[in-house]
Write a protein that binds this ligand. Structure first.
Ligand code: FES
Length: 205
């Protein structure tokens, strides 16, 4: 796999790596594509809402480490509201690009940062945990990347139908049978949604 010099630099010399003592917020998320994990820790100034320190631990591949490293750098010094606007595209751009099959690593990094921010907001009473709805399914489907296009399946308009009722999530994806990524995408969707206790069954067609 070909990584550019900047990815290799962040992999070999990750910034802000390590565990944080007494963080204001933390989150661990896993990639359903590969099983890798990343943890973010945040120190947030309650009055200014500025993220004063970020640390991360990675349990994954080279781009898991590199994307978490860049995400930590980009989040540090930002307000909570600005950090919430970071996207995986900005992370990969900052790294001068990633191979298509590794885009999901940047999705994992930025999503884990946002989960840690959510943890902070819930702890401070600034929000309540979201109820599970059809919108939750769309949000999760936006994390499923179609590797040849390095884009998520919603942006690529591959998602044709989403329905959620009585614990059953039904998703119709427009992918031909001969597409070599079809099974991989279907598995990714099932695993992503199955972690929600509200979802008893996932049907993908
Ligand atoms: Fe697992 Fe990169 S996060 S392959």
């Amino acid at each position: 796999m070909e990584y550019n010099d900047k990815v290799m630099d962040h992999f070999a010399n990750p910034r802000n790596v390590g565990k944080m003592d007494n963080p204001d917020a933390t989150a661990t998320e896993g990639s359903y594509t590969c099983g890798d994990l990343v943890t973010f820790y945040l120190k947030i100034n309650d009055s200014s809402q500025i993220i004063e320190d970020v640390k991360f631990l990675s349990y994954g591949c080279a781009s898991n480490i590199a994307t978490a490293s860049v995400t930590s750098e980009m989040a540090k010094g930002k307000t909570v509201e600005d950090a919430k606007k970071l996207t995986w595209k900005e992370i990969t751009d900052e790294l001068n690009g990633l191979p298509g099959s590794k885009i999901h690593c940047s999705v994992l990094a930025v999503d884990t940062l946002k989960s840690a921010i959510k943890d902070y907001e819930i702890k401070k009473g600034l929000r309540v945990a979201d109820p599970f709805t059809k919108d939750t399914i769309f949000q999760e489907l936006k994390k499923v990347i179609y590797p040849p296009a390095s884009e998520d399946i919603c942006t690529l308009k591959m998602v044709k139908y989403v329905y959620f009722d009585d614990g059953i999530a039904t998703i119709i994806v427009d992918l031909p049978n001969y597409d070599q990524y079809k099974e991989h995408i279907f598995e990714d969707i099932k695993e992503t949604l199955s972690r929600y206790p509200e979802v008893k069954e996932v049907k993908v067609q």
